[in-house]
Write a protein that binds this ligand. Structure first.
Ligand code: MF3
Ligand code: CO
Length: 249
C-alpha cells in the first residue's frame, strides 16, 4: 500500500528533510583530504542531534553507523571507518537519513575531493542530472516507470550504467515504504503517482558494469569491475505540478 501524506504529515517530513539538507550542505566545506570517514560520520551525527533529529540508519537492521559513506568504487552502504582516509581525487558519497517527530527524510550527495579526473567529473554530473530528470517525472498521474525510464535513459545515453541491485523507495513513518523506485524500467508501467506521495529517488551510477558485490562486512556494495560509482538522492513530494524537493535547502 502506498501511503499518501496529509499537509500536517508533510510539515513533519519537511522538517526531517531540512535537517538532512543542512547536513549535506555543511559537508561541502567539511569534507577534506586527510579526514577519516569515521570523522565525517561523527560530524554528521552531532549535527543531526544538534538540530533535534536522530540518524535513521544507526541500528537499522543492525547497521553500525549514522551515515553511509561510500568512496570511489564503493556504490552504497559503506561503513564509516577510522582506517579509511579521504584523499585528493576521491569521490565520496554520503547518504544521510534523519528521523524527527516520527517521520523520516533521506538524501545523498557525492562530493569530489580536490582535483578529480574528467571521467569522475562527468560521472558526478550525469548522475545528478539523472536524479533531476527522474524527479521531473514525479507528477500526479504519471507512473513510477516514467521516473525509472528517465533516469536510465540519461545514464545510458552518456555511456554509464545504472545499478539494479538497489532502488529508491517511498518514505514517511518508515524509512522504506512502498513503492520501490528502480532506476531502470519502462515508461507507462508501475504504480500511478498521486499527490501526497513522498518518494526517495536515488540513482546509483557506475562508470563500468552495473554489477555490484557485497564486501565481507555484509554491507559495503562495490562495483564488480572496480569502476567508480556515484549516488545522488532527494526526498520529494508528488504534487499536481512540479514536485517539491523536500531535501533541498
Ligand atoms: N539510505 C539508504 C536507503 O535509501 C538506507 C541505508 S541502509 C542503512 O535505502 F542500513 F544504512 F540504514
Ligand atoms: Co534512500
Amino acid at each position: 500500500m502506498i501511503i499518501l501524506k496529509s499537509p500536517e504529515e508533510l510539515k513533519k517530513i519537511r522538517k526531517s528533510c531540512q535537517i538532512v539538507a543542512t547536513v549535506l550542505n555543511e559537508l561541502k566545506s567539511y569534507i577534506k583530504e586527510g579526514l577519516t570517514t569515521k570523522q565525517i560520520d561523527l560530524f554528521v551525527e552531532n549535527l543531526i542531534i544538534k538540530m533535534g533529529g536522530v540518524s535513521a540508519f544507526k541500528g537499522y537492521r543492525g547497521y553500525p553507523a549514522s551515515t553511509c559513506i561510500s568512496v570511489n568504487e564503493q556504490v552504497v552502504h559503506g561503513i564509516p571507518s577510522d582506517k579509511v582516509f579521504i584523499k585528493e581525487g576521491d569521490v565520496v558519497s554520503v547518504d544521510v537519513g534523519v528521523l524527527c517527530e516520527k517521520f523520516y527524510g533521506d538524501a545523498a550527495y557525492t562530493y569530489p575531493v580536490g582535483k578529480i579526473t574528467e571521467e569522475a567529473q562527468r560521472l558526478l554530473r550525469v548522475t545528478e542530472e539523472a536524479l533531476y530528470k527522474g524527479i521531473a517525472e514525479a507528477v500526479e498521474g504519471k507512473r513510477v516507470g516514467d521516473i525509472s525510464h528517465a533516469i536510465q535513459m540519461h545514464v545510458e545515453s552518456n555511456g554509464f550504467s545504472v545499478v539494479r541491485a538497489f532502488v529508491g523507495h517511498g518514505i514517511g513513518r518508515s524509512l522504506h515504504e512502498e513503492p520501490p523506485i528502480p532506476n531502470f524500467g519502462l515508461k507507462g508501467v508501475g504504480p500511478i503517482l498521486k499527490k501526497g506521495m513522498t518518494l526517495a529517488i536515488e540513482p546509483m551510477v557506475n562508470a563500468g558494469t552495473h554489477e555490484v558485490k557485497i564486501l565481507s562486512d555484509g554491507w559495503t556494495a562495490v562495483t564488480k569491475d572496480g569502476s567508480l560509482s556515484a549516488h545522488f538522492e532527494h526526498t520529494i513530494v508528488v504534487t499536481e505540478g512540479e514536485p517539491e524537493i523536500l531535501t533541498k535547502l
